[in-house]
Design a protein around this ligand. Structure first.
Ligand code: 5GP
Ligand code: 5GP
Ligand code: 5GP
Length: 208
């Protein structure tokens, strides 16, 4: 592990809306364990630098070892489900996230701790509940990007980053919500840098 890859400044904690992921041109496949709940799912917990760059694939010697997370399996299936095709159980997605991003946080987390940290953050940040409380629901309607951002800012104290996709009917849809977490991986913080969003001013929140 290079020292330069071990001094990241914060994490992006990224959650994805399955309805939007499935509407993109690559479409989606439900995991072998069944259709995920109509809830945001974890995409990843990503070490990042303040200038917007980020380390990746930091430890060629680290392998993904599923036996280390066997106790987390049902929680991962529920909160960190894969939607990629072909349908699989999720190990490919979790392995990818650990190898690409997790290995850059080995100063903080071993593999078990990395996934546990993601699950705990998701429990702390119920995005669907926050949006619901603001009248923003996955009902195929369009919502102002500002109102989505404001609802999350109101509830958490911090401005999120928002990424959108374009579906086959050219609708801009709410795809991912980026929040920021301190280097301990436990506390939400104001983002040092918001990712460049690719959203229209009004975005669809599709059903799932
Ligand atoms: P995309 O180009 O689809 O936004 O991102 C592709 C992949 O690059 C993501 O799945 C993630 O692994 C990585 N990535 C994209 N943007 C960021 C970022 O701002 N920070 C980090 N750490 N990784 C990112
Ligand atoms: P973009 O042009 O959207 O910033 O980045 C395109 C792709 O390049 C991203 O999906 C990501 O995978 C990769 N990328 C961009 N910045 C970085 C970086 O700082 N580090 C690494 N490892 N990949 C990056
Ligand atoms: P990233 O490199 O952006 O962190 O992660 C994207 C990679 O994970 C891609 O190779 C993608 O095929 C895979 N993947 C598997 N399941 C999912 C999923 O549910 N959502 C996303 N965004 N990527 C997934």
């Amino acid at each position: 592990l290079c020292a330069s890859e071990d001094n990241f400044d914060f994490f992006y904690f990224v959650q994805q809306w399955p309805g939007s992921y499935c509407d993109t041109k690559q479409s989606c496949c439900y995991p072998k364990t069944g259709k995920p709940a109509a809830d945001f799912g974890i995409h990843g917990l990503w070490p990042n630098y303040k200038d917007g760059s980020y380390p990746s694939n930091c430890d060629p010697d680290s392998v993904f070892d599923k036996s280390q997370i066997s106790d987390l399996m049902s929680k991962l299936q529920k909160s960190w489900p894969t939607l990629a095709c072909p349908s699989n159980e999720g190990f490919k997605f979790w392995s990818h996230e650990w190898i690409k991003h997790g290995t850059c946080s080995e100063s903080v987390f071993d593999q078990h701790e990395y996934f546990e940290a993601g699950l705990k953050l998701k429990d702390k940040l119920n995005l669907l509940q926050i949006l619901n409380n603001a009248g923003i629901k996955p009902d195929d309607k369009f919502y102002k990007l500002e109102s989505i951002r404001d609802a999350i800012k109101e509830a958490t104290g911090f401005t999120p980053g928002i990424h959108c996709n374009v579906d086959s009917s050219h609708n801009n849809q709410l795809l991912e919500i980026y929040t920021c977490v301190d280097t301990s991986g436990t506390e939400f913080i104001e983002c040092p840098l918001l990712p460049k969003g690719r959203c229209a001013s009004s975005v669809q929140f599709p059903k799932f």
